[in-house]
Design a binder for this molecule. Structure first.
Ligand code: SF4
Length: 138
């Protein structure tokens, strides 16, 4: 993400204009989006080809968030680890708390897609769920 800051003087005060350039990650097209902000408020969004791009850009510059993915150990399964992810986006500043909460977790096979590993992980309102089926091993 590119950032540019312009400062102008209006009515005797200082007004800060930020221009942020980002690549939309909501689909593979990857539109280049420009967001103009003034004093922390979004003034305009351009470069997006659809409304999802504007929604992404506004969210990214005001409350950036991501799905967190990881692996946890599993006992008695066909494989020693299983993939997990947050069921919804979590604030970027909470991502390391989510990863820390998963350290030391060990599940017992069998597990199924959608099984909840941790509810409301790190108090961010998202559950961590299993993303693949692991049957019991032999
Ligand atoms: S703005 Fe729309 S078309 Fe462009 S990358 Fe984002 S989702 Fe895809």
């Amino acid at each position: 993400m590119l950032n540019e800051r312009r400062v102008s003087f209006k009515n005797g005060g200082i007004s800060g204009m930020d221009i942020r350039e980002l690549t939309c990650i909501r689909c593979p097209i990857g539109c280049q989006i420009k967001v103009e902000m003034e004093n922390g408020e979004v003034k305009s969004v351009t470069g997006n080809s659809c409304p999802r791009g504007e929604e992404y850009a506004v969210s990214e510059v005001t409350h950036p968030s991501r799905i967190v993915t990881s692996l946890v150990r599993i006992k008695g399964g066909e494989r020693p680890v299983v993939s997990v992810k947050t069921a919804s986006d979590v604030p970027k500043e909470k991502m390391m708390d989510v990863i820390s909460a998963l350290k030391g977790i060990e599940l017992t096979a069998p597990v199924h897609i959608g099984d909840v590993v941790i509810k409301d992980v790190a108090g961010c309102g998202a559950d961590v769920v299993v993303t693949s089926d692991i049957p019991e091993g032999e």
